[in-house]
Design a protein around this ligand. Sequence first.
Ligand code: C2E
Ligand code: CA
Ligand code: CA
Length: 547
Amino acid sequence: MSTWSLPERTLALAVAVVVALVAVAAPVLASLYLARQQSIAEQQAHMAQLARDVLRRSDQTRTQLIEAFEQMKDVDPATPCSPGRIRLMGRLALVSDQLQGLAYVDGDRLLCSSFGVFDPPVPVGAPHYRAAYGGEVRIGVELPAIPGTGFILVSRIGTGSTGIVHPRLLLDVLTEEGDIAVGLIGRSARRPIALRGTFDQAWLTALGDRSAIDLFDGDHVVAVRRSNIGDYVAFAAVPAVSIEAGLRRTAAVLVPIGAVAGAVLAFAVFYVARLQLGVPALLKAALRRGEIFVEYQPVVDLRTGAWVGAEALVRWQRRNGETMRPDLFIPVAEESGLIGRVTEAVADIVGREAAGLFARQPGFHLALNLSSIDLASDRVLDLLQRLAVRTGARAGNLVVEITERGLVRGPAVGSRLEALRRSGILIAIDDFGTGYSSLSYLKTLEVDLLKIDKSFVDTIGRDAVTSHVVSQIIEMAKGLKLGLIAEGIEQEQQLRFLRERGVDFGQGWRFARPMAFDALLAGLEAQAAAGPGGTPATRSGARPASA
Ligand code: C2E
Ligand code: CA
Ligand code: CA
């Protein structure tokens, strides 16, 4: 195992930075993108509504024009401006809500209308175009009595009968926003009949033969609708800039929210990354500054509840008050080659706190966790022998816990364990059942205790299959004449199950949590005072008397 090399760290940090940047940018961009899509969709619906409106009015106007032309058909063409005919035109204009008036056009001259005879006639010029269904259209025609308004004149070909339409009537749709363009466009002539704002021929081209189109060409959100009865289309368009104005308002809300969310995320990523990368350095400093200490979790006799031993568990409290969990930093210490120093620190602290303990508590045991790396060197033998001297340990007072993974590391481990056992130290297999399925090592290696992993104890009463495995482990341990310690007992039901199957020892919050050495000692003294069979754990149900 090696510590992370510099390039690896740099790479990891770079990845963390990229992740952090993405974490900041992604929510903001995503929310803006969604807001833009949303607002385009809303505008599209609005434009479609306006275009349909214009089209409906235009179709109505067309229908009324045709009705009026039908009515005028029978009048004598020789006297197109007779008083009778002018009265008829007046009446027809009155009943129509879309036609401003009716008129008679001869060539390019307007001779008379529902308002009366024009004398002299009004020149109206040639038609601007001819619609596909037989109408001639003139746009922007000023009438003498009403200067300043360009009327639309639609004539039935060959009859001179003409309708006068006010362009605003066609376009008088509700538009609060000033920058919306609406219009009615002659389809085959590709010319506007009535227009407010600007019209782009490309929109008509995009419509092609279809009857409706909604499009966003990057500049405008546009809706075009074709009439089913006349040769024209209606459109409405809003420039993208006015969407962007709305978007800016949305962004003003979303961007700060996104930025804060992103920053929190980025900070978390950074924090974790830095912690991972920085742990070896932090741990080195922690070992120097004495931020490392030890807590002891009692091991109890499951029949009597008496505390028969304790497991030393390393603790790391940083100066800023933060605690680092051993299952996070122990693996890092193993990878970075610092585990030996951690083990030394733990042995040293236990030696100091538990000095002379076994002279007073000869039947008690203390367990230390060893990493497989510890077993690769001879230092561990010296370390434990020194600990035995300081604590006054005799055979059976000190236990080392090694995981299954640690055991299968090679022949050197086996011989080192042998040496430990010869000096009276017991060997326990930690987290038993979680490592290798092959248990062959149990036959070749001499061990004393098995610790049933908490994950198995957890299944008792919950998962029939796995709690069956617990029973098998128990049977096997008995067959091999090994002592059993069940870890992580939290519930009465688990305790009962294990006790019924003859498991001797247990550990868990049901009895006691890891505690300072003083608390352990106080518990032991209370237990001694209560006499044989009476223990603080059995009587109070959970805690030493001092707690
Ligand atoms: P482990 O050796 O299996 O230690 C038991 C872990 O389970 C401890 O967590 C203990 O606090 C916890 N525990 C005990 N009873 C209960 C219970 O009833 N319920 C629950 N939920 N948890 C319980 P801790 O102290 O966080 O230690 C985690 C692991 O870190 C240890 O697992 C061990 O693998 C490692 N470790 C701890 N101290 C040392 C050490 O000094 N050296 C080495 N090499 N590893 C250590
Ligand atoms: Ca352990
Ligand atoms: Ca364990």
